[in-house]
Design a protein around this ligand. Sequence first.
Ligand code: FAD
Length: 446
Amino acid sequence: MTRYEAKRLPRQTGPAGWNAILPPQDPLPVLEQDLIADITIVGGGFAGLTAARRLHQLDPSLKIALLEAGRFADGSAGRNSGFMIDLPHDLASDNYAGDGLDADRAAIALNRKAIAFATEIAADCDLPQEVFDPCGKYNAAATRAGDAHNRAFAGHLTKLGEPHTLYDQKQMQEITGSPHYVSGLFAPGTVMIQPAAYVRALSGQLASQIDVFENSPVTSFAKQGAGWVVNTAKAKVSTGRIILANNGHLESFGFYQRQLMHICLYASITAPLTEAQIKTLGGQPRWSVTPADPMGTSVRRISGSYGDRILIRTGSSFHPTIETSRMRLRNAGWVHDRKFRERFPHLSDVRMEHRWAGMLCLSRNGSAAFGELEDGVFSACCQNGLGIARGTLQGMGIAELALQGGSEIADHFLAQPDLPRLPPEPFASLGANSYLIWKEWRSGKE
Ligand SMILES: Cc1cc2nc3c(=O)[nH]c(=O)nc-3n(C[C@H](O)[C@H](O)[C@H](O)COP(=O)(O)OP(=O)(O)OC[C@H]3O[C@@H](n4cnc5c(N)ncnc54)[C@H](O)[C@@H]3O)c2cc1C
């Protein structure tokens, strides 16, 4: 009998900061009684939740079950920096430019489909601007090399016909309150989200339309007659089809072995700033900065019911085990404090309230792990670092593939080349971690 066992389940390090700054929320139910469904979705991040919404949109009569291992918004969906980016965002490049004009135009058009879908969700869920803000973002440069990256990226955007504005040091300081940045490149198409609030709202809305469960990790699934049975610790779902939207943990069920790169990123967020600190900081109450060098530091200034705060995201490490350690998180925290002091020397009395780590999944060639893996088992995983937009897009595409047999979005992912294999251990870990350390060192003050 065909059977897939989860070799490991998600384990998080540190609190999901975005979730921790929201008021506590009552949990959704745990799967405790056996259920019958047409389609069962495994994983409740951007891909899984979007797949559920798109399936329900396409056929409201479908019986859909969604099983999330932890609490919604406690996984990477509540741990990211909240940039839902429309433009090319190739983390392996020097300046984010992608594979060429045609490929970038196609990628931008698809990312904007995902953003349009998320914008509908924001409208349906009545999300305020502090949760879903189509305000654009700045690529900020802290060095002459960073400035050169920005200018090269600006040239690329001009060729693509994409609007953008270059800012000098004084203008960047007026926006951010930080004297650190020598220039900035503003592009208007990014939506900045409070990711945990977005995921909470979407999962809450879906709970009134389909069967949604949290704290219900899937431990195995197996062929049963013409369909499948999906097992959790307490109960099972008999289902026609399965959508695996569990990102890197796709490999935990034995798929794409040694083809997925499990990268951990680290972030810290301050306690709410006091009135005096806000005044000392200056600048605008909300802005978002990605570094001119993709391996540098992202910073967000947020302002809302969760207070006025600053988020710092930097540091990465490679973990085939799909989890990091407390020690690595503590070390990343020291780097965050140093990066914070470099950017905000006038805010020496601000302390970090939450620090966390989160996993993302990359492939060596940027392809997704998308498609029908075997009869009735689909996958929408491996978002290559741009999981808010691409996870949403994969969720839409996999629902369309499962129900309609294809779509423009599904065809895009299905046409991607296969994911190359990684070298054997320990060479993969040694190689990847050395590469990450070198790239971060090279990004310097960025
Ligand atoms: C610090 C940090 C900053 C980031 N910043 C950004 C950013 O600004 N913009 C951006 O686009 N991306 C960013 N990312 C990446 C982004 O968070 C991910 O790419 C995105 O979450 C992927 O979405 P997903 O739905 O595919 O997977 P996930 O969000 O990882 O969701 C998968 C879900 O599957 C669940 N799961 C796993 N195994 C099982 C199982 N056996 N049973 C049931 N459920 C299971 C997990 O608990 C998880 O909730 C960042 C990531 C980190 C860590």
